[in-house]
Design a protein around this ligand. Sequence first.
Ligand code: ADP
Ligand code: MG
Length: 615
Amino acid sequence: MSGIIQLLPDHVANQIAAGEVVQRPASVVKELIENAVDAKATEIKLIVKDAGKTLIQVIDNGLGMNVTDARLCFERHATSKIRHAEDLFALHTKGFRGEALASIAAVAHVELKTKQDQEELGIHIIIEGSKVITQDVAVLPKGTSFLVKNLFFNIPARRNFLKSDNIELKHIIDEFERVALAHPTISFTMISNGSEVFNLPSSNYRQRIVNIFGGKTNEKLVPVTEETEILKITGFVGKPEFAKKNRSEQFFLVNNRYIRSPFLHHAIMNAYDGLLRDNNQPSYFLFLEVPPHTIDINIHPTKTEVKFDDEQALYAILRATVKHSLGMFNVAPILDFERDANLDVPYDYKDKTLGTPTIQVDRSFNPFETENETKKYSGSSVSYTKNKQAQPHWESLYTNLKQEASEVSVDAFETDLVASTLFDDKSTESQTLLYQFNRKYIINSIKSGLLVIHQSRAHQRILYEQFLTNITIYQASSQQLLFPLEIQFSRDEMLYLKEIQPNLEGIGFAFEKMGLDVLIISGLPAQISESNVTEILHDLIYNLQENVPEDSFSLSDSISKFMAKSVAIKSGKYLNTIELENIVNGLFACKDPNVSPFQKPIFITLTTEDLDKRF
Ligand code: ADP
Ligand code: MG
């Protein structure tokens, strides 16, 4: 019987290999730009149409190729960059596998034009699905142009799998930024659907960062430098107060190559210890140089992960260097006598200081209103207000009481109950009593016992249902702003906002302009105030990026959820009677008042029997 094993034909093997290298248009962009850098270009131009789905072109003024190389470059394992396995340990180029062009040519229509400086004429080759269609000589400028059309034309499943244009374009921009950042002396331009997205002249690192991330970045940057035998660090970290929710401005470039390293990231976070508010992320643009033989970049096919010989030492050096740079920046302003001393307290400790007592003002409180009004303050406060009707300092009594309660003093709780029963008159039986406990829960006395409502989750539920309805029926009311609000975003954040523009408008946002890196808002949803809209939108983008929704329903759902979460009142917020009532009434008008949009319980009931059992 004859053998059953066959060698796969080249074009099939290439298609399979392509699966690893070419996942989306952005992968093509990365490979082509990196090749242009390796070819020593000083100017690189990227042109895309429909987020690279229709066309990707990279034009460089680099070394170009001769006829033989122009044909050979599409073969698998055809590379000019390594000759021996040992060369892998002394890499100075981006490419080395000789796989990219073979893979791209297997899944797209490719047109190559290339000419070397010393040649009169260049070569023009057209390849479709690994097959050479034409090969001519042509009059060309020095350098190389790769044109990639109809990506995945022969793998429809892959094509369908691609995300929307805005999302794919965001990936392209990510790759573009990474290479552009690593090579500030090369000038880069990027054009998408006929309009210029980036125009980055040859410059130094600092200018390159500012040109990519916007003029305001300059004031954020703290320089970092260190040179040891095993590691040289240059670059910048962001001042802590500019830290943001997302990680879009975090870059490690090791030997001029963008890499991801959770380990080194950890070292940086460690250096920022105590300086960051909440879970904010610092910006960093760090250029690390290590001897090539001490890293292995070969462990990941898309080459964004590397392995270092001596990770522990790198960690320690990086952490200490960043800490030192931040320290230099922190120390300098102390000479400024105007400086507010509070700013010197790390955020971690800020909340821990014994602050001066806060005074709570209930603006809806009217001292001239009599019993009916004050009676609404349920439970313990009722007992006190009844004793001294409309006494002007009742608020402070109320606050003190709550502080006692927060110390979980059982005694106090008991006295409260006793006190309120003492003063309970018949009429309150039928009335709903609301009381805010520990600035976190709303206690509602109902016929069968007590209802304990989590104020923040209840508000999340109310907002979530409002937002979701509004997105779906597109009928939200919008409050027009007197002066339009201008907010800066990075380019990829702007793309995200464009992606969700219809949903945001559904909720009640009105936009005057959606630029490349600026958003002008002319109207806001009723639930959102001008002062926190910037943070809310940044949070939203961050959350959506972390949990990419699969379809349009889950997109609307996620937007409503995360919006509700950041807009909802938080635990710790004092609520007046009207607010308490609004939340309770709003909650029980919801379709599903039981659980928060994140599936957490919103309230519990304590029945009279439950209570009786405890006595
Ligand atoms: P690799 O970059 O790993 O060598 P590629 O498939 O990306 O593999 O490229 C194959 C070869 O084609 C390269 O080694 C290089 O010699 C040549 N090449 C590719 N792009 C260019 C370019 N823009 N200019 C000059 N030569 C190029
Ligand atoms: Mg390459």
